[in-house]
Design a protein around this ligand. Structure first.
Ligand SMILES: Nc1ncnc2c1ncn2[C@@H]1O[C@H](COP(=O)(O)OP(=O)(O)OP(=O)(O)O)[C@@H](O)[C@H]1O
Ligand SMILES: [Mg+2]
Length: 364
Protein backbone atom coordinates (compact mmCIF):
# COMPACT_ATOMS: atom_id res chain seq x y z
CA UNK A 1 0.00 0.00 0.00
CA UNK A 2 1.08 3.50 -0.67
CA UNK A 3 -0.06 6.84 0.68
CA UNK A 4 0.25 9.40 -2.07
CA UNK A 5 -1.09 12.59 -0.59
CA UNK A 6 -2.03 13.86 2.83
CA UNK A 7 -4.15 16.98 3.16
CA UNK A 8 -4.73 18.60 6.55
CA UNK A 9 -7.05 21.33 7.70
CA UNK A 10 -6.83 22.62 11.29
CA UNK A 11 -5.23 19.38 12.35
CA UNK A 12 -3.00 19.92 15.45
CA UNK A 13 -0.51 22.70 14.62
CA UNK A 14 -1.36 22.66 10.90
CA UNK A 15 -3.59 25.27 9.24
CA UNK A 16 -3.92 24.11 5.65
CA UNK A 17 -1.24 21.78 4.36
CA UNK A 18 -0.76 19.23 1.61
CA UNK A 19 2.06 16.71 1.72
CA UNK A 20 2.98 14.61 -1.30
CA UNK A 21 4.62 11.32 -0.40
CA UNK A 22 6.90 9.06 -2.41
CA UNK A 23 6.88 5.28 -2.53
CA UNK A 24 9.59 3.79 -0.23
CA UNK A 25 11.28 5.87 2.48
CA UNK A 26 9.99 9.36 3.21
CA UNK A 27 12.22 11.14 5.69
CA UNK A 28 10.32 13.72 7.71
CA UNK A 29 12.73 15.85 9.69
CA UNK A 30 12.79 19.02 11.73
CA UNK A 31 13.40 20.37 15.23
CA UNK A 32 11.34 19.29 18.22
CA UNK A 33 7.71 20.38 18.39
CA UNK A 34 7.38 21.36 14.71
CA UNK A 35 4.70 18.85 13.63
CA UNK A 36 6.48 15.65 12.55
CA UNK A 37 4.57 13.25 14.77
CA UNK A 38 1.35 15.06 13.92
CA UNK A 39 1.74 13.98 10.27
CA UNK A 40 2.07 10.33 11.27
CA UNK A 41 -0.85 10.68 13.65
CA UNK A 42 -3.01 11.97 10.78
CA UNK A 43 -2.22 8.90 8.64
CA UNK A 44 -2.89 6.62 11.62
CA UNK A 45 -6.23 8.36 12.12
CA UNK A 46 -7.27 7.71 8.53
CA UNK A 47 -6.18 4.07 8.77
CA UNK A 48 -7.81 3.18 12.08
CA UNK A 49 -10.26 5.96 12.92
CA UNK A 50 -8.26 6.73 16.05
CA UNK A 51 -5.17 8.64 17.11
CA UNK A 52 -2.31 6.55 18.46
CA UNK A 53 -1.85 8.99 21.33
CA UNK A 54 -4.77 11.43 21.86
CA UNK A 55 -7.19 10.49 24.64
CA UNK A 56 -9.98 12.45 22.98
CA UNK A 57 -10.52 13.36 19.34
CA UNK A 58 -10.96 17.06 20.11
CA UNK A 59 -7.28 17.26 21.12
CA UNK A 60 -6.46 16.90 17.43
CA UNK A 61 -8.39 20.05 16.46
CA UNK A 62 -6.13 23.08 16.15
CA UNK A 63 -6.37 25.38 19.17
CA UNK A 64 -9.12 27.95 18.65
CA UNK A 65 -10.73 26.13 15.71
CA UNK A 66 -14.10 24.35 15.51
CA UNK A 67 -13.25 21.33 13.45
CA UNK A 68 -10.38 19.48 11.78
CA UNK A 69 -10.17 17.47 8.60
CA UNK A 70 -7.69 14.88 7.41
CA UNK A 71 -7.72 13.54 3.89
CA UNK A 72 -5.51 10.66 2.85
CA UNK A 73 -5.18 9.56 -0.75
CA UNK A 74 -3.64 6.13 -1.14
CA UNK A 75 -3.54 3.12 -3.40
CA UNK A 76 -3.45 -0.60 -2.94
CA UNK A 77 -2.57 -3.06 -5.71
CA UNK A 78 -5.98 -2.66 -7.28
CA UNK A 79 -7.07 0.92 -7.11
CA UNK A 80 -6.92 4.41 -5.62
CA UNK A 81 -8.83 5.50 -2.54
CA UNK A 82 -9.49 8.65 -0.59
CA UNK A 83 -10.39 8.59 3.08
CA UNK A 84 -11.61 11.83 4.66
CA UNK A 85 -12.04 12.09 8.40
CA UNK A 86 -13.72 15.11 9.94
CA UNK A 87 -13.37 15.84 13.63
CA UNK A 88 -16.35 17.86 14.71
CA UNK A 89 -17.30 19.58 17.97
CA UNK A 90 -18.18 17.37 20.96
CA UNK A 91 -15.84 14.59 19.84
CA UNK A 92 -18.02 13.65 16.87
CA UNK A 93 -16.37 12.24 13.79
CA UNK A 94 -17.37 11.88 10.17
CA UNK A 95 -15.78 9.41 7.79
CA UNK A 96 -15.97 9.26 4.02
CA UNK A 97 -14.40 6.67 1.79
CA UNK A 98 -14.25 7.73 -1.85
CA UNK A 99 -16.82 10.42 -1.05
CA UNK A 100 -19.31 7.94 0.41
CA UNK A 101 -20.13 8.57 4.10
CA UNK A 102 -19.76 5.54 6.35
CA UNK A 103 -21.05 5.26 9.88
CA UNK A 104 -19.01 2.40 11.27
CA UNK A 105 -15.37 3.11 11.98
CA UNK A 106 -14.60 -0.61 11.94
CA UNK A 107 -15.07 -0.59 8.15
CA UNK A 108 -11.80 1.34 7.88
CA UNK A 109 -9.70 -1.77 8.59
CA UNK A 110 -10.56 -3.03 5.12
CA UNK A 111 -8.77 -0.11 3.48
CA UNK A 112 -5.50 1.37 4.67
CA UNK A 113 -3.21 -0.75 6.87
CA UNK A 114 -0.40 0.84 8.88
CA UNK A 115 2.13 -0.32 11.43
CA UNK A 116 3.13 2.42 13.84
CA UNK A 117 6.29 2.37 15.92
CA UNK A 118 6.43 5.31 18.29
CA UNK A 119 8.39 6.08 21.47
CA UNK A 120 5.33 5.02 23.52
CA UNK A 121 5.79 1.47 22.21
CA UNK A 122 9.07 1.09 24.08
CA UNK A 123 6.95 0.33 27.13
CA UNK A 124 5.77 -2.85 25.45
CA UNK A 125 8.34 -5.09 27.12
CA UNK A 126 8.50 -3.70 30.66
CA UNK A 127 5.24 -1.77 30.92
CA UNK A 128 1.98 -3.12 32.27
CA UNK A 129 0.42 -6.29 30.80
CA UNK A 130 -2.35 -4.07 29.48
CA UNK A 131 0.05 -2.69 26.87
CA UNK A 132 0.86 -6.17 25.61
CA UNK A 133 -2.83 -7.08 25.40
CA UNK A 134 -3.41 -3.84 23.51
CA UNK A 135 -0.66 -4.79 21.07
CA UNK A 136 -2.43 -8.08 20.35
CA UNK A 137 -5.84 -6.45 20.20
CA UNK A 138 -4.98 -3.57 17.89
CA UNK A 139 -2.94 -5.87 15.63
CA UNK A 140 -5.66 -8.50 15.32
CA UNK A 141 -8.42 -5.90 15.01
CA UNK A 142 -6.57 -4.21 12.17
CA UNK A 143 -7.26 -7.37 10.18
CA UNK A 144 -10.54 -8.49 11.68
CA UNK A 145 -13.47 -6.23 12.63
CA UNK A 146 -15.19 -9.31 14.04
CA UNK A 147 -12.46 -9.72 16.69
CA UNK A 148 -12.95 -6.07 17.67
CA UNK A 149 -16.69 -6.43 18.23
CA UNK A 150 -16.20 -9.70 20.14
CA UNK A 151 -13.75 -7.93 22.43
CA UNK A 152 -16.10 -5.01 23.02
CA UNK A 153 -18.97 -7.29 23.95
CA UNK A 154 -16.71 -9.41 26.21
CA UNK A 155 -15.77 -6.29 28.16
CA UNK A 156 -19.39 -5.18 28.48
CA UNK A 157 -20.35 -8.55 29.95
CA UNK A 158 -17.30 -8.48 32.20
CA UNK A 159 -18.40 -5.13 33.66
CA UNK A 160 -21.81 -6.66 34.48
CA UNK A 161 -20.16 -9.65 36.10
CA UNK A 162 -17.90 -7.43 38.20
CA UNK A 163 -20.96 -5.58 39.45
CA UNK A 164 -22.50 -8.84 40.61
CA UNK A 165 -19.24 -10.02 42.17
CA UNK A 166 -19.08 -6.87 44.26
CA UNK A 167 -22.62 -7.49 45.55
CA UNK A 168 -22.02 -11.22 46.04
CA UNK A 169 -18.96 -10.47 48.14
CA UNK A 170 -21.25 -8.77 50.67
CA UNK A 171 -23.66 -11.70 50.80
CA UNK A 172 -26.13 -10.97 48.00
CA UNK A 173 -27.20 -14.53 47.20
CA UNK A 174 -29.21 -13.63 44.10
CA UNK A 175 -26.25 -11.77 42.61
CA UNK A 176 -24.06 -14.82 43.20
CA UNK A 177 -26.55 -17.01 41.31
CA UNK A 178 -26.77 -14.59 38.40
CA UNK A 179 -23.04 -14.73 37.78
CA UNK A 180 -23.49 -18.06 36.00
CA UNK A 181 -25.41 -16.46 33.13
CA UNK A 182 -22.61 -13.97 32.50
CA UNK A 183 -19.99 -16.70 32.76
CA UNK A 184 -21.64 -18.57 29.88
CA UNK A 185 -21.31 -15.51 27.65
CA UNK A 186 -17.77 -14.79 28.81
CA UNK A 187 -16.74 -18.37 28.12
CA UNK A 188 -17.91 -18.43 24.53
CA UNK A 189 -16.42 -15.03 23.62
CA UNK A 190 -13.36 -15.70 25.79
CA UNK A 191 -12.47 -19.00 24.13
CA UNK A 192 -12.74 -17.44 20.67
CA UNK A 193 -10.62 -14.43 21.64
CA UNK A 194 -8.03 -16.73 23.19
CA UNK A 195 -7.88 -18.76 20.01
CA UNK A 196 -7.37 -15.64 17.86
CA UNK A 197 -4.63 -14.37 20.16
CA UNK A 198 -2.85 -17.70 20.08
CA UNK A 199 -2.94 -17.89 16.32
CA UNK A 200 -1.70 -14.28 16.06
CA UNK A 201 1.28 -14.92 18.35
CA UNK A 202 1.98 -18.21 16.55
CA UNK A 203 1.87 -16.21 13.31
CA UNK A 204 4.44 -13.59 14.31
CA UNK A 205 6.81 -15.42 16.67
CA UNK A 206 8.92 -17.06 14.00
CA UNK A 207 9.52 -13.84 12.04
CA UNK A 208 10.32 -11.98 15.23
CA UNK A 209 12.76 -14.71 16.21
CA UNK A 210 14.49 -14.69 12.80
CA UNK A 211 14.81 -10.91 12.69
CA UNK A 212 16.07 -10.87 16.26
CA UNK A 213 18.71 -13.47 15.52
CA UNK A 214 19.97 -11.39 12.59
CA UNK A 215 20.15 -8.14 14.55
CA UNK A 216 21.15 -9.26 17.99
CA UNK A 217 22.59 -12.72 17.48
CA UNK A 218 20.53 -14.06 20.34
CA UNK A 219 17.35 -16.08 20.60
CA UNK A 220 14.04 -14.31 21.16
CA UNK A 221 11.18 -16.43 22.41
CA UNK A 222 7.65 -14.99 22.48
CA UNK A 223 5.12 -16.86 24.58
CA UNK A 224 1.41 -16.22 24.71
CA UNK A 225 0.51 -16.79 28.32
CA UNK A 226 -3.25 -16.72 28.81
CA UNK A 227 -5.12 -16.48 32.09
CA UNK A 228 -6.27 -20.09 31.75
CA UNK A 229 -3.82 -22.72 30.52
CA UNK A 230 -3.30 -22.77 26.77
CA UNK A 231 -4.13 -26.50 26.54
CA UNK A 232 -7.73 -25.51 27.04
CA UNK A 233 -7.83 -24.72 23.34
CA UNK A 234 -6.96 -28.33 22.47
CA UNK A 235 -9.96 -29.78 24.31
CA UNK A 236 -12.89 -30.95 22.16
CA UNK A 237 -15.02 -28.02 23.29
CA UNK A 238 -12.88 -25.03 24.35
CA UNK A 239 -15.92 -22.88 25.21
CA UNK A 240 -17.15 -25.52 27.60
CA UNK A 241 -13.69 -25.96 29.11
CA UNK A 242 -13.45 -22.19 29.57
CA UNK A 243 -16.81 -22.23 31.33
CA UNK A 244 -15.80 -25.09 33.60
CA UNK A 245 -12.66 -23.19 34.62
CA UNK A 246 -14.73 -20.07 35.37
CA UNK A 247 -17.04 -22.18 37.53
CA UNK A 248 -14.10 -23.62 39.43
CA UNK A 249 -12.84 -20.16 40.35
CA UNK A 250 -16.25 -18.59 40.99
CA UNK A 251 -16.05 -18.83 44.78
CA UNK A 252 -12.57 -17.28 44.81
CA UNK A 253 -13.78 -14.43 42.60
CA UNK A 254 -16.74 -13.79 44.91
CA UNK A 255 -14.44 -13.59 47.92
CA UNK A 256 -12.23 -11.15 46.03
CA UNK A 257 -15.20 -9.11 44.76
CA UNK A 258 -14.02 -8.86 41.17
CA UNK A 259 -13.06 -11.10 38.23
CA UNK A 260 -9.65 -12.74 38.59
CA UNK A 261 -9.61 -14.90 35.48
CA UNK A 262 -10.30 -14.44 31.79
CA UNK A 263 -8.78 -12.89 28.70
CA UNK A 264 -8.53 -9.53 30.50
CA UNK A 265 -5.64 -11.13 32.41
CA UNK A 266 -3.72 -12.55 29.45
CA UNK A 267 -0.01 -11.87 29.02
CA UNK A 268 2.73 -12.05 26.42
CA UNK A 269 6.16 -13.04 27.74
CA UNK A 270 9.48 -12.38 26.04
CA UNK A 271 12.65 -14.35 26.66
CA UNK A 272 16.14 -13.61 25.35
CA UNK A 273 18.36 -16.66 25.47
CA UNK A 274 15.99 -18.05 28.08
CA UNK A 275 15.98 -14.99 30.36
CA UNK A 276 12.75 -13.12 30.91
CA UNK A 277 13.08 -9.76 29.14
CA UNK A 278 10.72 -7.99 31.53
CA UNK A 279 13.26 -8.52 34.29
CA UNK A 280 16.59 -8.54 32.52
CA UNK A 281 16.49 -6.74 29.17
CA UNK A 282 18.53 -3.53 28.76
CA UNK A 283 17.00 -0.46 27.10
CA UNK A 284 18.61 -1.38 23.81
CA UNK A 285 17.41 -4.97 24.05
CA UNK A 286 13.86 -3.81 24.75
CA UNK A 287 14.01 -1.55 21.73
CA UNK A 288 15.23 -4.43 19.60
CA UNK A 289 12.39 -6.67 20.80
CA UNK A 290 9.80 -4.02 19.93
CA UNK A 291 11.41 -3.49 16.54
CA UNK A 292 11.27 -7.24 15.88
CA UNK A 293 7.61 -7.33 16.90
CA UNK A 294 6.78 -4.47 14.52
CA UNK A 295 8.68 -6.00 11.60
CA UNK A 296 7.06 -9.37 12.30
CA UNK A 297 3.64 -7.70 12.35
CA UNK A 298 4.47 -6.11 9.00
CA UNK A 299 5.16 -9.55 7.49
CA UNK A 300 2.07 -11.00 9.13
CA UNK A 301 -0.14 -8.32 7.57
CA UNK A 302 1.51 -9.05 4.22
CA UNK A 303 0.47 -12.70 4.43
CA UNK A 304 -3.10 -11.74 5.29
CA UNK A 305 -3.55 -8.81 2.92
CA UNK A 306 -1.18 -9.81 0.18
CA UNK A 307 0.58 -6.48 0.41
CA UNK A 308 2.70 -4.57 2.88
CA UNK A 309 1.17 -2.01 5.25
CA UNK A 310 2.52 1.54 5.36
CA UNK A 311 5.10 1.88 8.12
CA UNK A 312 4.92 4.89 10.44
CA UNK A 313 8.21 5.01 12.33
CA UNK A 314 8.36 7.92 14.73
CA UNK A 315 11.73 9.02 16.02
CA UNK A 316 13.24 5.59 16.38
CA UNK A 317 16.40 5.86 14.27
CA UNK A 318 18.14 8.28 16.63
CA UNK A 319 17.97 5.74 19.43
CA UNK A 320 19.52 2.92 17.43
CA UNK A 321 23.21 2.27 17.02
CA UNK A 322 24.70 2.28 13.52
CA UNK A 323 24.49 -1.47 13.06
CA UNK A 324 20.80 -1.59 13.96
CA UNK A 325 20.11 1.47 11.87
CA UNK A 326 21.55 0.08 8.67
CA UNK A 327 19.88 -3.27 9.29
CA UNK A 328 16.55 -1.52 9.67
CA UNK A 329 17.08 0.71 6.63
CA UNK A 330 17.74 -2.44 4.65
CA UNK A 331 14.67 -4.25 6.00
CA UNK A 332 12.27 -1.45 5.17
CA UNK A 333 13.74 -0.55 1.80
CA UNK A 334 10.99 -2.21 -0.24
CA UNK A 335 8.07 -0.79 1.78
CA UNK A 336 6.59 2.67 2.07
CA UNK A 337 7.82 4.25 5.28
CA UNK A 338 7.17 7.60 6.90
CA UNK A 339 10.22 8.04 9.06
CA UNK A 340 10.63 11.00 11.39
CA UNK A 341 13.82 12.27 12.95
CA UNK A 342 15.40 15.51 14.10
CA UNK A 343 18.40 15.47 11.73
CA UNK A 344 18.60 14.92 8.03
CA UNK A 345 20.78 11.93 8.70
CA UNK A 346 19.08 9.13 6.78
CA UNK A 347 20.66 9.38 3.36
CA UNK A 348 18.75 6.40 1.94
CA UNK A 349 15.45 8.28 1.67
CA UNK A 350 13.47 8.58 -1.55
CA UNK A 351 11.99 11.88 -0.39
CA UNK A 352 13.01 14.37 2.26
CA UNK A 353 10.42 16.62 3.86
CA UNK A 354 11.37 19.36 6.28
CA UNK A 355 8.79 20.38 8.88
CA UNK A 356 8.89 23.81 10.48
CA UNK A 357 6.10 25.14 12.68
CA UNK A 358 3.25 23.37 10.92
CA UNK A 359 4.61 23.90 7.40
CA UNK A 360 6.27 21.32 5.19
CA UNK A 361 8.86 21.79 2.46
CA UNK A 362 9.97 19.11 0.03
CA UNK A 363 13.77 19.05 -0.30
CA UNK A 364 15.83 17.56 -3.07
N1 LIG B 1 -4.57 20.85 19.00
C1 LIG B 1 -3.45 21.51 18.77
N2 LIG B 1 -3.46 22.76 18.26
C2 LIG B 1 -2.30 23.44 18.00
N3 LIG B 1 -1.08 22.94 18.24
C3 LIG B 1 -1.01 21.70 18.74
C4 LIG B 1 -2.16 20.93 19.03
N4 LIG B 1 -1.77 19.72 19.51
C5 LIG B 1 -0.43 19.76 19.53
N5 LIG B 1 0.04 20.93 19.08
C6 LIG B 1 1.43 21.35 18.92
O1 LIG B 1 2.01 20.78 17.78
C7 LIG B 1 3.41 20.88 17.90
C8 LIG B 1 4.09 19.77 17.15
O2 LIG B 1 3.80 18.51 17.74
P1 LIG B 1 4.50 17.17 17.25
O3 LIG B 1 4.24 16.18 18.31
O4 LIG B 1 4.10 16.82 15.88
O5 LIG B 1 6.04 17.59 17.27
P2 LIG B 1 7.30 16.84 16.67
O6 LIG B 1 7.77 17.61 15.49
O7 LIG B 1 7.01 15.41 16.50
O8 LIG B 1 8.36 17.07 17.85
P3 LIG B 1 9.36 16.06 18.61
O9 LIG B 1 10.62 16.05 17.79
O10 LIG B 1 9.58 16.76 19.90
O11 LIG B 1 8.70 14.74 18.75
C9 LIG B 1 3.69 20.95 19.39
O12 LIG B 1 4.29 22.17 19.71
C10 LIG B 1 2.33 20.84 20.02
O13 LIG B 1 2.22 21.65 21.17
MG1 LIG C 1 7.47 13.74 17.62
Amino acid sequence: MEVKRLTLKNFRNYGEETVELAPRTNLIYGDNAQGKTNLLEAVHLAATGRSHRAKTDSQMVRFGEEYARVSVEFADRHRDYKIVIGILPANRKSVKINDVPINKLSVLVNYLNVVMFSPEDLELVKGSPKMRRQFMDTSISSLSPRYMSELVSYHKVLAQKNNLLKKAKFGDKKAADNIDVWNIQLASAGARIMKERKSFIDGIKKWAKDVHREIAESELEIVYSPSFEIELLDTPNPELSFLQRLEEVKQREIEYGSALYGIQRDEIRFFIDGNEAKLFASQGQQRTIVLCMKLALTEYIKTRRDEYPVLLFDDIMSELDEKHRSYLADKIRDKQVLLTCTDREESRAARVIKVTDGKTVKEE
